[in-house]
Design a protein around this ligand. Structure first.
Ligand code: MF3
Ligand code: CO
Ligand code: CO
Length: 249
């Protein structure tokens, strides 16, 4: 059952959100050519040891074998960290992580350009981040998931990219994934209407080419069907009486 989150709940989530944000910020310096995606996973485990009651929310979730997801270039989501995956100059890397703290969850993602990247890489990362920022700016009680989805879709498509349909954002709080679904596409005024005490993970997954995706043989990692680039940003947002708070900001 999904319940209304209280101010106290939001404060707990905010603490975990700040830890998540601090780690993603630290990655700006750490994500350089030559490191492996497993190094990022290990760094997160080490970082979380400073926060005794916090744990990596993805570890073991539906059998997921790592603490976070690192998706490189054509990988859209759920890239599994590996010692064999070495980052190289020009790669586009998204790091998605969740933290569980005092029974509540937060979920956030940032994309990184490794070393010197093509303008195309920089642009898809920038457009994805801007799409998320624009969506966050409209969140308040009464806004629908269709308002959010249509805003993201319109902005992304105006910039010549596409939005993934197969995977969507979600409610979050006492579980990592809760209703409602928060698609990155849709129609204004349609769907669930947000209210104070809700928390949602808004997470544009943006593709350079087709929005169609396929699944790797590890049964986790989602890649673009045309093997072109994909970027991903995500924040957990709390809906308050008079607007919203970026819990993972
Ligand atoms: N972080 C993903 C999301 O944004 C979910 C990852 S679940 C895992 O909703 F099991 F792959 F970790
Ligand atoms: Co996530
Ligand atoms: Co999410």
């Amino acid at each position: 059952m999904r319940r209304k989150l209280t101010q106290d709940d939001f404060q707990i989530m905010r603490k975990a959100g700040q830890v998540a944000a601090a780690f993603l910020d630290k990655l700006k310096d750490m994500v350089v050519p030559g490191i492996t995606t497993k190094d990022i996973d290990t760094a997160f485990d080490t970082f979380l040891q400073n926060y005794k009651e916090m744990s990596a929310a993805f570890k073991g979730y539906m059998g997921y074998p790592a603490s976070l997801c690192v998706s490189v270039n054509e990988e859209v989501i759920h890239g599994i960290p590996s010692v064999e995956k070495i980052l190289k100059n020009g790669d586009l890397v998204s790091v998605d992580l969740g933290i569980k703290y005092k029974g509540l969850y937060v979920d956030t993602t940032s994309s990184y350009c490794v070393g010197d990247c093509d303008e195309k890489v920089l642009r898809i990362a920038r457009v994805t981040k801007e799409a998320l920022d624009k969506a966050i700016a409209i969140v308040r009680p009464g806004v629908t998931v269709g308002d959010i989805g249509s805003l993201i879709q319109d902005f992304v498509e105006q910039n010549g990219f596409s939005v993934v349909r197969r995977f969507v954002g979600h409610g979050i709080g006492e579980d990592l994934h809760l209703p409602p679904e928060v698609p990155n596409f849709g129609i204004k005024n349609d769907g669930y209407r947000l209210k104070a005490g809700d928390a949602v993970a808004i997470e544009p997954m943006v593709c350079e080419g087709t929005h169609e995706v396929s699944l790797l043989e590890n049964d986790w990692t989602v890649i673009t069907a045309d093997n072109k680039l994909s970027a991903h940003y995500e924040h957990t947002i709390g809906v308050t009486e008079d607007g919203s708070i970026v819990i993972t900001g």
